[in-house]
Design a binder for this molecule. Sequence first.
Ligand code: HEC
Ligand SMILES: [Cu+2]
Length: 327
Amino acid sequence: MQSPLPTFPEQASNFAGNVDALFSFILMTTLFFAVLVTLLIIFAAFKFRRRSEKEVGDDVHGNNVLEVGWTLIPTIIAIGIFAWGAAIYVNYRIAPTDTLDIYVVGKQWMWKLQQPNGRKEINELHIPVGRNVKLILGSEDVIHDFYVPAFRVKMDVVPGRYNTMWFRPVKTGKYHFFCSQYCGTNHAVMGGWVTVMEPAEYAAWLSGESGDVNPVSAGERLFTQFACVTCHLSNGTGRAPSLNGVFGANVLLADGSTVVADEAYIRESILQPNAKIVAGYQPVMPTFQGLVTEEQIGNLTAYIKSLQSQPVPAKGAGIAPSPAGKK
Ligand code: HEC
Ligand SMILES: [Cu+2]
C-alpha cells in the first residue's frame, strides 16, 4: 500500500501504518494550533488596537475558564501523543519469540548479513513476507545505523555490543536500506536492498536453488538484467559484436592491433569499454563501473566463457581471422 501521505515511502511492514498515523496526527495537531494561534494574534491586534493617544487599556485580571482550558487541552493531547508513541515503541522494542533471526554486521562501508542456516549476503537481505524477523546488529568498527524507511524501523549499530530490532514485512518487493549514522568517507553508499519474497520462494532461495549458485546461469540473468543482450545479439546483427566464441580468441581492435579475450579483457570491456574498441564498432557501450559488483563481473565472465562453444556468426563478431591454432 502506498502511504496516504504522498511523499512517504511505501508501507511495507507491520509498524508502517501506525507510525505514519501517529506522525500525521502530530503534524495535523501542530498545524491546527499554529494556525489557530496566528489567527488569534492577528484578530487581537486588530480588534484591541489603540485608537487614540489618550486611550488606556482595560485592567484584565485573568480568566479562569481560559487558563484551565489552555492548560488542560494541550496536556491531554501531549499525554495522548506520548501514550501512542510509547505503545509503538514498546511493541517495537519487545520482539516476539517466533522470529527469524538474522545477524547483521556493519563495517566501514558495507553490511554483512547472515541467515540462520549460515547463508551470507553483502548489502542484500532476503526475507519471507509475513514472518517476524529479528535483526541482531553488531559493528566491526564505528557506530552505524540500520535503517529501512519502508519498514519505518531503524537501530544504531554499536561496536562492542549487540542491538536488536524486529519487524514483519507485509508485502513482497525490494526496499532500500541505508546506514543512517555518519560513519566516514563512504557513509553515503553504505546501503543495500531488502528483498521480501513469498515463503516458498524464500525457502528455495535459502537452499540455494534460486540458480545464483551457478555462475553461468547467474551471469546469463545479469546479461539480460543489465541489458547487455539488447546490444550483443548472438547472431551478430546487433549494435555490438556477438560474444559467441569470443573468449580465448584474438579480437581485432579499431587501431589494427589484436588482443586475446581473456578474463582481464572481459573485465576491462565491462568497466572501461572505451579502453579497447573492437574493429568495425562504435564506442557506444556504457561503462558499468559502479553498477556491477565483483561477484557480478565474475558471473558475467563465466557466462561469456560459456559462449565459447556457441556458433560464431560469419559477420558481427569481433574475432580476428586468427592464425592457425588459436580459435
Ligand atoms: C549500448 C550497447 C551496449 C551495451 C548495453 C553493452 N555493450 Fe558491450 N559492447 C558494445 C559495443 C558497441 C562493443 C564494441 C566496441 C567496444 O569495444 O567498445 C562492445 C564490446 C564488448 C565486449 C568486447 C567484445 C569483443 O568482441 O571483444 C565485451 C566483453 C562486452 N561488450 C560485454 C558487455 C557486457 C557484459 C555488457 C552488459 C553488462 C555489455 N557489453 C553491454 C555495446 C554494448
Ligand atoms: Cu555506516
